[in-house]
Design a protein around this ligand. Structure first.
Ligand code: NAP
Length: 338
């Protein structure tokens, strides 16, 4: 029998994950859904022809006997409560980022999980499952470029909606770099600083765009991360690691090259949903396989969710002060080492 999954939040990414679990992956089945908008939940059950019950709220869904694992894809501020309830009920939980909107909230989850003595929580930092980042990590771990010294990266989106604010460049956008980069180089952040280049005329007046975030690690590696969310030309993720003996670079998305009428061209993705499709598939398949095979989840941990929250807080503070701000992480518990 597959892992019986209850979904909290049937918005954009909730639907995508429901679709992949139902139609692409193996070993999982959606048996329950809930959303603050009950009509949206009903619509999803209908649209994807699910054999799933609709629950009035998160508590009833989590505690339902037929639910083995919970997928948290509601909006960020609702995540902590769902994850805590799920762990307390000893249900596995896959939580989209953020794990919680505050570092304290993440620590409450960490402590609850450690008390149970087993990994229940996987955070949806899917880039760790992207084949390009995996190749980068292997090259760095095998010292193909010697000691890594610097990382230059960019996170560019075509445009933003009106509600997107300057701090969301950190909490919604850079958060993926924050997670994947410390994993890539196996190092911890020590300080951050934010710079504002000349502002694009394509951003609304309330939004500072682009931004450059400089992160320094305890090992002395300097990372420059450009966030440019109204770049117009495409959804573009770049990452280049500079080492003592060479450089490794994230591969470009594999699109065909067209040579025609005196031009050579390769299409650039315009929608973020298409860039990490394989990684989304792999992270959720790993969630299901780990439950089946080990009775415990693997992948990005609640502690990784905590690191992301503390680092994002420091970046948001640095946006406001213009100063270098420390990243103050607590000591990593033995439970999350290895
Ligand atoms: P969305 O389309 O707004 O969907 C959120 C859904 O959750 C909506 O249906 C919303 O209902 C519902 N909801 C809000 N509060 C709830 C609650 N307390 N209980 C149950 N349902 C609730 O947002 P989204 O783009 O899918 O994003 C959802 C989460 O995934 C966010 O945390 C986001 O950061 C994350 N995300 C991650 C990635 C990634 O690349 N890993 C990509 C996209 C999103 P209403 O519409 O009625 O408010």
């Amino acid at each position: 029998m597959g892992v019986r999954i209850g979904v909290i939040g049937t918005g954009a990414i909730g639907k995508e994950h429901i679709n992949r679990i139902t139609n692409q992956l193996s070993g999982g089945e959606i048996v329950a859904v809930t959303d603050v908008n009950q009509e949206a939940a009903r619509q999803v059950v209908n649209d994807y022809s699910l054999h799933a019950d609709i629950y009035p709220d998160e508590a009833s869904l989590i505690n339902a006997e037929q639910v083995d694992a919970v997928l948290v894809t509601s909006w960020g501020p609702a995540h902590e409560s769902s994850v805590l309830k799920a762990i307390k009920a000893k249900k596995y939980v896959f939580c989209e980022k953020p794990l919680a909107t505050t570092a304290d909230g993440c620590m409450r989850i960490v402590n609850e999980e450690m008390d149970l003595g087993k990994r229940f929580v996987q955070v949806g930092f899917m880039r760790r499952y992207d084949s390009g980042y995996i190749q980068l990590k292997e090259a760095i771990d095998n010292r193909v470029i010697g000691e890594p010294l610097m990382i230059h990266c960019a996170h560019r989106n075509v445009e933003t909606e009106d509600h997107y604010t300057t701090d969301m460049a950190i909490t919604d956008t850079l958060i993926h770099e924050i997670d994947v980069l410390h994993w890539l180089i196996n190092d911890d952040y020590q300080s951050v600083q934010v710079f504002y280049p000349k502002k694009t005329r394509n951003a609304l007046s309330h939004l500072k765009d682009p931004q450059i975030v400089m992160l320094e690690t305890k090992g002395g590696i300097i990372i420059t991360a450009e966030i440019f969310v109204n770049c117009q030309y495409g959804y573009d993720i770049q990452c280049q690691v500079v080492g003592e003996e060479g450089i490794v670079k994230l591969p470009e998305v594999a699109n065909i090259n067209v040579r025609k009428q005196g031009n050579s061209s390769t299409a650039i993705l315009m929608d973020w949903k298409h860039r990490f499709v394989d990684a989304y598939d792999k992270e959720l398949q790993d969630f299901l396989d780990s439950i089946h095979q080990k009775g415990e989840v693997s992948g990005p941990t609640a502690w990784d969710g905590y690191i992301a929250a503390v680092t994002a807080d420091a970046c948001v503070k640095a946006q406001q002060t213009g100063q270098q701000e420390p990243v103050r992480l607590q000591e990593k518990p033995v439970f999350y080492q290895g």
